[in-house]
Structures are given as C-alpha cells and as structure tokens.
Ligand binder design. Sequence first.
Ligand code: AMP
Length: 420
Amino acid sequence: MQSIDKFNFAGKKAFVRVDFNVPLDENFNITDDTRMRAALPTLKKILRDNGSIIIGSHLGRPKGVTDKYSLKHILPHLSELLGVDVQFANDCVGQDAAVKAAALQPGEVLLLENLRFYAEEEGKPRGLADDATDEEKKAAKAAVKESQKEFTKTLASYADCYVNDAFGTAHRAHASTALIADYFDADHKMFGYLMEKEVKAVQRVMNDIKRPFTAIMGGSKVSTKIEIIENLLTKVDNLIIAGGMTYTFTKAQGGKVGNSLCEDDKLDLALDIIKKAKDNNVNLVLAVDAKIADAFSNDANTKVVKVNEIPDGWEGLDIGPESEKLFADVIKGSKTILWNGPTGVFEFDNFSHGSRTVGEAIAEATQQGAFSLVGGGDSVACVNKFGLADKVSYVSTGGGALLEAIEGKVLPGIAAVEKE
Ligand code: AMP
C-alpha cells in the first residue's frame, strides 16, 4: 500500500473516492459541509503536487437517476472550497465522463455524477417485483454482479492511481469503495488523509490500548449495540452502559422501570452481558439513579429516583446526579476512552445534563493525556452541541463504518487498499 504523503501526484490522474453525502435543504443548499471539508487535505495535496483529480461519491440513496440526488448541487461549493473551477460529468460512466477524464490536465478536477445512480455501484439488483421468486432474485443478483465488473473497470480506467478517503462507506464492498482497488498495484493505491486518521484512531482503541480503557455505550437500544458490546467485553477495563438501554438491564435484574424504554425480549441478553463482564473481569458500570419524566417531552414534570424504582406513568430520560458522578470518576481515571451514544434524550435540554457531564469528563481526561475517540452519529451531535469537539482526541466521521470497526469486523474499503 502506498502512503499519500510520500506519493508524488505530478502529472498523474487520481480517482479519489470521497464521502460527499452531505445534507441538502429543499432548495439544494448544503446545510452541513463537514464531510466536504474533511476531504480537502487530500484533494489539496494532489493539486499542490500538480496532479489531476477525478472525484467519485454517492449522495443519498437513489434507486436510479434522480435529480434530487445529483452531485451537480454541490459543484459550486466544491469549486469554492478548492479554489478551482471543478468540471462535472453528468454521468459517472459513459461518453461524457470518459472524454472529460481523458482531457483532464494537471491541476484540474472532475466531479463525476452520483455513483449510486447505477445499481452496479452497490452490486445489488433494483426494480425486482415484490413477488419475485428466489430464483429470479438469484438471477438478478448474478446479473448485477456481472455488470458490476465492467462498471468498476470503467471507473478505474480514468486514473493512474486510487485514493480512498471515504471512511463513512468503508464498511461497504462497493465498486468505488473496494472493488476498484484491485485495478491498481500496491504502489498506486492508498488511503487519503481522512481515512488515515480514522484508521489510526480505531487502531488506538482496538489494538494499541493504554489502560485503563473505558467504553461508554449509550443510545436507545441494546439490540443495535450488542455486537459492539460483546467485542468490547474482551477489550475494556470499564464498560459504562447508559441511555435507553439502561432500563433493559434494570428490569433484567428485577427493577421497576415504569414506562422507560425497555426491550423485554432482551432481558436474558442483558443478564448474559452482566455475566460475561464478570467472567472477563470487566467493571460493568450501570446507572444507579435516573432523571424521570411523566411524558416524553422537554417540558414534562421531572424527578430523580433510584434507577430500579421508576413508578408507572414515568420514564427515565437521563441519568441522575449520582450516576453522573459515578461515570465521571471512572472516565477521569481512564487512559483510553471510547464514547458511543448519549446517556439520555440529549436533544431535550432538560435531559442533556448526563451527556454533557460525560462529555466534559472525557474532555478533562483527554487534557490529562488520555486518548479519546467519539463516534457514531449521536455522540458526535452531543460533542458538537456542548462545544467539546476540539477537546477530545478524535471525532470520527464514520457512523456505521466506525461501529463495524469496533465490532471487530474487517472493513472492505480498508482491506482492499491494504491488499498487496
Ligand atoms: P442510538 O442511535 O442508538 O445511539 O440512540 C440515540 C438516541 O437515543 C438519541 O436520539 C436519544 O434521544 C435516545 N435516547 C437516549 N436515552 C434515551 C432514553 N432514556 N429514553 C429514550 N431515548 C433515549
């Protein structure tokens, strides 16, 4: 595998897979350009070297060509960010893209139309009838896998080298995120700077661990986090469980949870996690008190009660002050910290205090030398809401990709570039 820093792009055409899947309002204005800015160091390095760039990305989840998901909407802003008039190919494969890519001069940039306008990008058949038989489904899948080869080869043919800077889609074995890498030898494929940073951050919490290592798992449901929790139980010293999943653990141990979020079919699973933690010598830290509400609303009446004594008609929407202290003390004594998921309904200001306290404790530990990684949609929103993003070591841009990496899975987008 090549290193972007060492590679000289002078006179070379680079196919750069980025994640420009940015949110747009109804007038197609970009409402948050974080993902575009995140790719700038890579794109600027190539331009500085006097190379040229063919940019590939997806936008949204189109089921075919859809104007709403056209990457032309982001073209003016991309030109502005790069300080270069970016060209646009109105199709990611086909005549227009081939001609423009071939004519690209050093210092020029070509943005290809949304890769997901083609089923071949994801390699999944589209437009199958609801009543399609298993055989028809199988045949459709085989057909798209076959045409995917030609699609991937065409994308690869535009460039001399491949740069993957799309960590957000690294968990997908798609044409432009993984399969394309096979068309380049090890000296001509590499991670972009963003991807490099993400991979390093994940390595620090998965392999290069300074102890004690504490993971804080919050969010709504235990069922969506089970694989991560099981993997973490083999790695961490402390596992803090917070958020809505608290109450599944409370009920499993015989507590009263009132109307709190609770997965009744996961009670055995919760007990199993408690046992595994004990077997692995992991300090499982559960909330001891809860801030409860008589409605799912910021303006509901509230009380603080023991976590296992929540009356009917009331629901736990955040941890209470004793739990805050308990969690903060564990966090402040840690050298490696992973945070995924809020401790409560942080979107409501009256139930955001627990998440803020956890964020601040992580910031303090970081200041004292701990390495902290925050990732997975809502925890990123949390650190941004509390102004803590630059006080933690690393905020990941990848939601699903980060979670799969923490689950211990090999990400196809990473493996494809690393392959000799
Ligand atoms: P997740 O996507 O699983 O990380 O869950 C994040 C969501 O969990 C956020 O929108 C929170 O509002 C929600 N959440 C956290 N704690 C609770 C709770 N105690 N009751 C209901 N929802 C919660």
